[in-house]
Design a protein around this ligand. Structure first.
Ligand SMILES: Cc1ncc(COP(=O)(O)O)c(C=O)c1O
Length: 369
């Protein structure tokens, strides 16, 4: 292939502009670094973006999930249905609470939790479902919400990878009882550090979540703590960065979707399975994940050509030592199979068509070997 080693394509790239630098400067000079107006405004703006009434900023997506579960009253011994083909943080807060993650198999096309598989896992002990909008593709939410209503289960959307994704024209974050987002630097929008957000329409959950994030204090209280809380607050500088990033999000999603279209047109080969966007979905392509045989070989081949690729995720959550010791033996054949095959190739808003072509040509060359 021509141009070998002549280009470098990163899997993702950070965006920093003058407006972001000015926002950081503004907060630095204000000398108000926590519990200020930036986080409050970010909460309102992000909730409005998700078409929800309340936003509660947190210092990570993981803390958002932890607090959302506690606000929903999930407690020791409760069963919560989750996918295993996800980042570990979908399930690890359950372990801290003493609740039991019950793993359900994922859909064969979208790799998001399969509603029919959820149904099979519901017992008298089930209290909640955490559907994960994986890679930026929404879960099939209508049947999930139907099951939840039928069995009186709480739904907490894990939207950590899916800011702005849509299900039948509705933004993720507004369909479950609560939803959690991450602003980790590689996400479709970031706060230039760790950060997260819970969104909800439910006032009771919002009040409790807000208190838990802030040392268990209800709004306006100083040294009175109704709950055993945490310091999970988002700092002002990070919130200010998040507010600027949010204003770019829709434009960045369109850029990601364009890169995905280029890949769809350029990638070929029988052994390759490309990501699917269901007719009811708006995929925001946090990750562009292909499946192939000898995934690790292809990853190495790309690395030699300056192309970064990632694996999300090489070991399913139910097989992680920290989880396996708690839940015991679980069999999820499709989840285990795709953990061997998935490869995330570069996608970010700054990518040019020639970058996508360089990546696609390398993959196509590999396929012909
Ligand atoms: C699906 C999923 N859930 C939860 C998290 C946790 O978010 P954070 O890294 O902000 O704690 C992430 C992000 O890494 C994620 O991708």
């Amino acid at each position: 292939m021509s141009g070998r080693n002549s280009m470098k394509v990163n899997i993702t790239e950070m965006y920093v502009d003058e407006e972001i630098k000015e926002a950081v400067q503004r907060v630095l000079e204000s000398k108000k670094y926590v519990k200020g107006e930036e986080a409050k405004s970010f909460e309102q703006e992000f909730a409005a973006f998700c078409h929800t009434r309340y936003g509660i900023a947190t210092n990570s997506g993981t803390s958002a999930l932890h607090v959302a579960l506690l606000a929903a009253g999930i407690t020791r011994g409760d069963e919560v249905i989750v996918p295993s083909h996800t980042f570990v943080a979908t399930a690890s807060p359950l372990l801290h609470i003493g609740a039991r993650p019950v793993f359900a198999e994922v859909d064969r096309e979208t790799y998001t939790i399969d509603p029919e598989e959820i149904r099979k896992k519901i017992t008298d002990g089930t209290k909640a479902i955490i559907p994960v909008h994986l890679y930026g593709h929404p879960c099939d939410m209508d049947p999930i919400m139907e099951l939840a209503r039928e069995h009186h289960l709480t739904v907490i959307e894990d939207a950590c990878q899916a800011h702005g994704a849509e299900y039948r024209g509705t933004r993720v974050g507004s369909m479950g009882d609560m939803a959690c987002f991450s602003f980790f630097p590689s996400k479709n929008m970031t706060v230039a550090g760790d950060g997260g957000m819970i969104v909800t329409d439910n006032e009771e959950y919002a009040v409790k979540a807000k208190a838990l994030v802030n040392q268990g204090r209800l709004e306006g209280r100083k040294y009175e703590h109704d709950f055993a809380g945490f310091n999970y607050r988002l700092s002002e500088i990070l919130a200010a960065v998040g507010r600027v990033q949010l204003r770019h999000l829709l434009e960045w999603i369109e850029r990601r979707r364009e890169v995905a279209r280029w890949y769809h047109d350029m990638l070929e080969g029988d052994g390759l399975i490309l990501p699917v966007e269901k007719e009811w979905a708006k995929h925001v392509y946090h990750l562009y994940v292909i499946r192939c045989r000898n995934r690790d070989g292809l990853r190495e081949f790309l690395k030699e050509r300056g192309i970064a690729a990632g694996v999300h995720y090489p070991l399913p959550v139910h097989l992680q030592p920290a989880v396996r010791d708690v839940v015991g033996e679980v069999s999820l054949p499709f989840t285990e199979k795709i953990a061997q095959e998935v490869l995330s190739i570069p996608i970010h808003p700054q990518m040019r068509e020639e970058d996508a072509r360089y990546v696609a040509e390398a993959i196509n060359e590999w396929g012909k070997q």
